[in-house]
Design a protein around this ligand. Structure first.
Ligand code: NI
Length: 558
């Protein structure tokens, strides 16, 4: 099945993503620090050459209104996360995709993600060959040689009958990076993927969009012709004719011409035209914004409901969209076994953790979990609650946005929430502005959800340098015990590596792996039997007050 035959899938360049972020930013801009066309937090790693030129000032302005996180669209959506390090960390992969109550949707997105992962593995192997050859020939290590792949997503909109995701895929080799965004629409009842045309009652939307966009683009061309210098009136005329011809072809009422349509919360529809479709390449992606009312009469009732447009006279063919989605037990497809931790032993050890444990007097360790929240985090929280164990979660902003309730729960149950950046970027490869954005954007979301800022930073991949230390406004928390739970997906092995952790350890683990969660009952038993208290990182390290830009790996010797 060709990607381009499916209208709802937009496979586009970063320029488009910026438009998209402005769009999604409207729903979540309480989270995004005033997104701008030039520096969207989500497009961090990527140079965005032409993106800005395609945005009209009006289009940019719409992104600036403040709204709080619309968590209802994330109901029943969880994050499945995969991380890989290849060739001693020279190639890095971080992939997140949605898991919903609808198995067919999950399978679809899993397969989509798997292609990206396979491509990463191939690229990483090729890069490694080049790296080794260079090393052989010159005796030197190449500075930048690995592949960096990052996939994350946002829920664009969701109700009980439809759900839409934007999945961003970033690929980088050395200094060159590229981003693709794919937008999916699914029928949530059946799990069927929908095309753009499925959102409309019939094909008449094509004629409507064709007319409206052609009028707008022809007007723009006229205005543009006025502003340009031509050698003669004839030259102007010829230029204009060329433009009009491109516009006519590019807006012909066929599906391929209207495969990128974004519905905005604020009652507008954005029609995006590929580079070269309606203008010269220098125009980049061209966008026409229309009032939603100009086509809402052609939308299916389910789509209208999704967009929050009142359906005045529901037709008898309306989908049963009012039926609430039953919330079936969530079983993510990639993991056939239960998503929660296995039942604890008959008499689980309940560790007595006083809220004011003084780690100067009693033995303590800090359990830390990175890269969540994920589809496995709630199971872990259940377990920690049952055993009265406190931990520290270094969360990703992008995943926290999808699972806001999990973050609220962490806070309510006495855990500490640390900052692990927005999208698991390698901070050593970012400018100071982008490093701050990664941290602040996450922080803003956590404040919104818990009322408190994050006080600790754990850089993704543990990667930092002097520059990162000087820019980060937070203490950097590393670790002293690494059970390699990302590498060995073996609960017993992971548990045995943690269980003899020295007093004062900061223990690294990841709540994105089912096996890690499954290892925790044994870990709690083993350490608890040694009289060890499980405390948050701040408790373990206090006093003294932690210093921004300093690194900490274990309890500071009293
Ligand atoms: Ni991480």
């Amino acid at each position: 099945m060709s990607m381009y035959r499916f209208g709802s899938r937009l496979n586009v360049i970063v320029a488009l993503f910026i438009v998209l972020i402005l769009f999604t930013g409207c729903a979540t801009s309480g989270v995004l620090p005033t997104p701008t066309a030039t520096a969207t937090p989500e497009a961090t790693n990527t140079p965005a050459p032409e993106a800005t030129s395609t945005l009209t000032p009006e289009a940019t302005a719409t992104a600036f209104h403040e709204e709080s996180l619309n968590s209802s669209k994330y109901d029943n959506v969880f994050v499945y996360t995969i991380e890989e390090k290849e060739n001693e960390g020279r190639s890095l992969l971080h992939v997140a995709y949605p898991v919903t109550e609808q198995e067919a949707i999950n399978t679809h997105l899993e397969e989509f993600s798997q292609k990206f992962i396979d491509e990463f593995r191939t690229t990483a192997a090729e890069q490694e060959e080049t790296y080794q050859a260079y090393l052989r020939d010159t005796g030197e290590k190449a500075v930048s040689s690995g592949a960096l792949y990052n996939q994350h997503f946002d829920v664009i909109m969701a109700n009980t009958s439809l759900i839409s995701f934007a999945i961003e895929q970033y690929r980088s080799l050395g200094n060159t990076g590229s981003t693709d965004v794919t937008v999916y629409f699914f029928d949530r009842m059946s799990g069927t993927e929908l095309t753009i045309s499925d959102l409309f009652i019939d094909e008449s939307y094509l004629e409507r969009l064709s007319t409206l966009t052609r009028i707008e683009l022809e007007q723009r061309a006229l205005i543009q012709a006025e502003g340009l210098d031509f050698s003669s009136d004839l030259a102007r005329q010829e230029w204009l004719q060329g433009q009009q011809e491109r516009i006519r072809t590019g807006t012909e009422p066929i599906e391929e011409n209207f495969d990128s349509i974004l519905f905005e919360d604020g009652g507008t529809v954005r029609v995006l035209f590929d580079r070269y479709q309606v203008g010269p390449g220098s125009d980049g992606v061209v966008e026409v914004t229309l009032p939603a009312a100009s086509i809402t009469d052609l939308l299916t009732p389910a789509t209208r409901e999704l967009l929050g447009i009142e359906v005045k006279a529901p037709s008898p063919t309306a989908l049963p969209s009012a039926t609430p989605v039953p919330a079936p037990a969530l079983t993510p497809t990639p993991m056939p076994e239960a998503q929660t931790a296995p039942p604890p032993p008959a008499e689980p050890m309940v560790v007595q953790t006083e809220s004011e444990v003084n780690c100067a007097d009693v033995p303590c360790v800090a359990l830390t979990f990175d890269d969540g929240p994920s589809v496995f985090t709630n199971g872990l929280l259940d377990l920690l609650k049952e055993r009265n164990v406190r931990a520290t979660f270094f969360v990703l902003g992008q995943s926290a946005r999808v699972q806001p309730e999990t973050i609220v729960r962490m806070k309510q149950e006495g855990h500490q929430i640390g900052n692990h950046t927005w999208d698991h970027s390698n901070l050593t490869q970012l400018s100071d502005a982008l490093i701050q954005e990664q941290i602040e954007q996450t922080d803003n979301l956590i404040i919104q959800l818990t009322g408190e800022p994050t006080q600790l930073l754990r850089p993704p991949y543990g990667a930092y340098d002097e520059y990162v230390l000087s820019v980060a406004q937070l203490p950097i928390i590393l670790w002293s015990v690494d059970p390699l739970d990302w590498k060995d997906r073996d609960a017993e092995l992971v548990a045995s590596r943690i269980s003899d952790a020295p007093i004062g350890s900061i223990i690294l683990a990841h709540d994105i792996h089912e096996t890690t969660v499954a290892a925790m009952p044994s870990v709690i038993d083993a350490l608890g039997n040694r009289g060890v208290n499980f405390v948050t990182v701040s408790q373990l390290l206090a006093p003294p007050a932690l210093v921004s830009g300093q690194t900490y790996r274990r309890q500071i010797a009293p």
